[in-house]
Write a protein that binds this ligand. Structure first.
Ligand code: UDX
Length: 438
């Protein structure tokens, strides 16, 4: 078993740290935020993620998992340091690598024995070559150091499961020493390992995420055409899914993809291509379709209603998908400002995302409209003129068609997640619009 340090306790870093501890490694998680570190020591997770707190508490109690702000003491004795800090998108679509650079410098200045540095954060192809050189340039002690790439494929809401039962582990190394060490670290996971050169590993991450984004945008594009020609996207997807070459997953048309990965990684790869004098036409198309898709229901409703001014608008779901409190690139963030600008009185419900959303849009008057956060679906729907469904939370899916009819002033529903059967809504007397269906 190895002494493992993990830099950054966001989704990638914390989940990795906890899972390494769970399989038996001795793990120390490093974060600059003292408050966050104190909370984690008390077993409180900074992110909402199924099973994470239980595993944090268990591994902390059993002594395999600790947290610190003191990076020097954490790094100096580690066999391996995983970097899981953020690489946020910059206005031009490129990735901001300043957090990685900061950690790399801290590593260079503190390690006292041979050490493998493993970058889990998503970084543009070629970055890890530079990180290695950067660490070597600033190295204080005479030790061996190498950088490996080990991209992360976890999805929010199922991060622990996705890590402990990953479909594959990708490792990108430039030496036998690094490859063998990473193989040993991952041995207890008992999962398929794909070992490639460093740049290929970096590319696998982008190519995988962008392929999935493209799949969604493709289905959304076809869905929009289905509406125009009288087909049903769910039937179409079902028919397609039996072909194993297509597969049955990620065929759900909806109101566009959001989250921390797809929007950022598509733009970053497009930017990387441009930098290299190449136009990545497929990925650009995925981005364009997604941008339009996010407000497609708003535009439809706007035509139907002429104006939202003075209307009570129920919004069900604020997060980019269920099972997370993450709002990054969520469709709600595109639609709520448009509704407020038109003077809508919004009643928003989300089982876990409300607190985060409130920070961006505090309760009360906003522009010409107003926003109020409610505790349940019924409160949002009571007396509403129109309802938008942005996230397919279980709490939202549990609402029966009759309840829209019963609770709303006018039962007019725009469903961005195709939750309901067309006939069921019709029978209940609800005027219902969704994506790619009649
Ligand atoms: C994704 C990848 O799945 C994961 O492998 C990668 O490491 C990070 O990015 P995540 O963003 O957490 O994970 O969520 P995911 O479940 O993949 O959904 C992403 C977005 O696509 C969501 O907004 C979701 O609503 C949307 N989506 C997904 C669809 O619109 N249709 C689908 O069929 C699937």
């Amino acid at each position: 078993m190895y002494k493992v340090a993990v830099a950054g306790t966001g989704y990638v870093g914390l989940v990795a740290g906890v899972c390494f501890a769970e399989v038996g490694h001795e793990v120390i998680c490093v974060d600059i935020d003292e408050n966050k570190v104190n909370k984690m020591r008390q077993g409180i997770s900074p992110i909402y993620e199924a099973c994470l707190e239980e595993l944090m508490q268990k591994n902390y109690a059993e002594g395999r998992l600790t947290y610190t702000t003191d990076y020097a003491s954490a790094y100096k004795n580690s066999d391996v340091i995983f970097i899981g800090v953020g690489t946020p998108e910059q206005p031009d679509g490129s990735a901001n690598l300043s957090y990685i650079a900061t950690v790399a410098r801290q590593i260079a200045e503190t390690i006292e024995k041979d050490c493998l540095v493993v970058v889990k954060s998503t970084v543009p192809v070629g970055t890890n070559d530079k990180v290695e050189q950067f660490i070597k340039d600033f190295l204080v002690n005479d030790v061996k150091v190498e950088v490996a790439s080990n991209p992360e494929f976890l999805a929010q809401g199922s991060a622990v499961r996705d890590t402990l039962q990953a479909a594959r582990i990708i490792i990108g190394t430039e030496s036998k020493w690094a490859e063998e060490m990473l193989m040993k670290i991952y041995e207890p996971f008992n999962l398929p390992i794909v070992s490639v050169r460093r740049r290929s590993a970096e590319m696998i991450k982008y190519a995988s995420n962008d392929f999935l984004a493209l799949k969604i945008s493709y289905m959304n594009d076809i869905a929009n055409l289905c509406e125009l020609v009288g087909a049903d996207i769910q039937d179409v997807a079902k028919g397609m899914s039996f072909d194993e070459r297509i597969g049955s997953k990620f065929l759900n048309a909806g109101i566009g993809y959001g989250g921390s990965c797809f929007p950022k990684d598509t733009k970053a790869l497009e930017y990387l291509a441009k930098q290299n004098g190449y136009e990545l036409k497929t990925v650009k198309a995925a981005i364009d379709v997604n941008t339009d898709q996010k407000t497609i229901l708003y535009k439809k409703a706007n035509k139907r209603l002429i104006t939202f001014n003075g209307l009570k608008v129920a919004v069900l779901g604020l997060t980019f998908k269920p099972g997370t409190d993450d709002l990054r690139d969520a469709p709600s963030l595109e639609n709520i400002p448009l509704l407020l600008a038109q003077g809508a009185d919004i009643y928003a419900y989300d089982p876990v995302g409300t607190e985060n959303f409130k920070r961006k849009y505090p309760e009360g008057e906003d522009g010409r409209g107003s926003i109020k956060y409610v505790e349940n679906v019924a409160e949002a729907l009571a007396g509403a003129n129109v309802c938008f469904i942005f996230t397919e939370w279980g709490e939202v899916k549990a609402v029966k068609p009759e309840e829209y009819k019963k609770l709303m002033r006018t039962p007019l529903v725009y469903d961005g997640r195709n939750i309901y059967g067309i006939e069921d809504m019709k029978e209940a007397g609800v005027e219902y619009y969704s994506i790619g269906r009649q």
